[in-house]
Design a protein around this ligand. Structure first.
Ligand SMILES: NC(=O)c1ccc[n+]([C@@H]2O[C@H](COP(=O)([O-])OP(=O)(O)OC[C@H]3O[C@@H](n4cnc5c(N)ncnc54)[C@H](O)[C@@H]3O)[C@@H](O)[C@H]2O)c1
Length: 425
């Protein structure tokens, strides 16, 4: 068997590794020429994926990356792992999926299986992909086969990897499902077949909506409990000792990443076509989107206690990535925090051990470089704002040397001395 993986990013690259580990021949397809060359040279294009993972694949003779889409006619199965962002109007941007399908349709041959892994709204495989792929002149379910199997990758998570996370699989029909199950078996330990692509698409979006809503709830509770003089993190730690019926979610400076702030709005968009609003999602979106403003207000309160105004103050933001121990800044609330602080007249620097300079993004082009952390530099800031709780940071040392610490992640939980300097936000 040979598998083709289209999109060698956060999802596609670890997936390729699982197949290679399972002894399957893999062709990786990507339009990013630089990354394809890097991967073939055994180097990882992503910080949290070690070079060894990629060099093992490159050396194994079971893997080759290419930009040559003509080769799409070779593999028995094509797995699509391309981005599914939102447009500026916060509607699904399906251009990557549609363009990939257009390309596949040019080279599609009889007997091939095409599986979408990208997160999307229920109905995508049938309504968007099938007609594009059938431009090939081949019929789905008769000449070629289709399935949807969502990725549950969690970059930086040391307890799980792609192959050990149960994987939901839905087929366009029985034959498609059977083929998809057979394709994934060598790579994934536990497969969960469901009755249709729509169910699999809905399952993924429910998982991410569940996170989005629960995070919004604890973010709101953080603001409420702060007024009551209660520490929300201590409350959650206490509540999670209940052995059933409660799952801990944690507040933060806002929502980030390619999934949780975005995917629920795919469902909102789809729901509108059925004449239904998704009130929970909208409300969660409102609360999560407001969090950076709350953090800035808390920073002003903290500076006020030190008889300082935010305007003119020097603020060091720690952590640009949207979550700890990775280099991914997509949708990271840190960007908005910097912008809001600068708007209010603060002089802002940042440090992130994983991100030496701010990348150019769709909505931000900050043009900043990560500042080194030293005792002297820390002491030079009026406030140090912890936006991402990277494990590399020595929080005891940071609190010791900073004048004031605004902590949005409870990263300073274990710090015993200097607690008067810490403001939770
Ligand atoms: N990042 C995660 O943690 C995660 C987790 C679960 C699901 N997902 C979903 O998986 C999908 C992919 O996300 P990602 O984080 O891997 O994105 P990514 O941006 O890291 O990788 C996507 C890759 O696809 C390539 N690409 C774009 N258009 C292409 C085309 N037409 N042909 C070939 N290659 C193309 C890009 O060059 C890039 O290398 C998204 O739908 C996302 O929501 C992501």
């Amino acid at each position: 068997m040979q598998v083709g993986i289209v999109g060698l990013g956060y999802v596609g690259l670890p997936l390729a590794r699982e197949f290679v580990g399972g002894g399957v021949d893999v062709i990786g397809f990507d339009i990013n020429d630089v990354n394809v060359k890097r991967i073939n040279a055994g180097k990882s294009p992503l910080k949290h994926i070690p070079d060894e993972h990629v060099s093992e694949m490159a050396k194994s003779k079971l893997f080759k990356a290419t930009t040559d889409m003509k080769q799409l006619s070779k593999p028995d199965a094509i797995l699509i792992c391309v981005p599914t962002p939102l447009t500026e109007n916060r509607e699904p941007d399906m251009t990557y999926v549609a363009t990939t399908c257009e390309t596949i349709s040019k080279y599609l041959r009889k007997g091939q299986l095409v599986v979408l892994e990208s997160t999307t709204y229920p109905g995508t495989t049938r309504e968007l992909m099938q007609p594009i792929l059938e431009k090939s002149g081949l019929k789905a379910g008769k000449d070629f086969y289709m399935a949807y199997s969502p990725e549950r990758e969690d970059p930086g998570n040391k307890s799980f990897r792609t192959g050990t996370i149960a994987k939901v699989v839905g087929g366009l029909d029985k034959k498609s499902l059977d083929m998809a199950m057979e394709v994934y078996r060598p790579a994934i330990e536990h497969l969960v077949p469901v009755s249709s692509c729509d169910v699999a698409e809905a399952a993924k979006i429910v998982e991410n909506t569940y996170r989005c809503i629960n995070i919004a709830m604890v973010n709101e509770l953080k603001m409420l409990f702060d007024r009551m003089g209660i520490d929300v993190w201590e409350v959650i730690d206490a509540a999670k000792t209940k052995p059933f019926g409660f799952q801990a979610f944690y507040p933060g400076p806002g929502l980030g990443g390619h999934c949780i702030p975005i995917d629920p709005f795919y469902l909102t968009w789809r729901a509108r076509q059925y004449g239904m609003p998704t009130k929970f999602i909208e409300l969660a979106g409102e609360i999560n989107t407001d969090m950076p403003s709350y953090v800035v207000a808390r920073t002003m309160d903290a500076l006020n206690e030190h008889k300082k105004s935010l305007k003119g103050s020097k603020v060091l933001l720690l952590g640009l990535a949207y979550k700890k121990d990775i280099d991914d800044v997509r949708e990271s609330p840190s960007m908005e925090l910097i912008e809001l602080l600068v708007d209010k007249g603060a002089k802002v620097d940042y440090n992130d051990p994983y991100i030496p300079k701010t990348p150019k993004m769709r909505m931000y082009n900050l043009g900043m470089k990560s500042k080194p952390l030293t005792e002297k530099s820390l002491a030079g800031y009026d406030a140090v704002l912890i936006a991402t709780d990277h494990s590399d940071y020595d929080y005891k040392w940071i609190v010791k040397n900073a004048k004031l610490v605004v902590d949005t992640r409870n990263a300073t939980k274990e710090v015993k001395t200097g607690r008067k300097k810490i403001f939770k936000a």
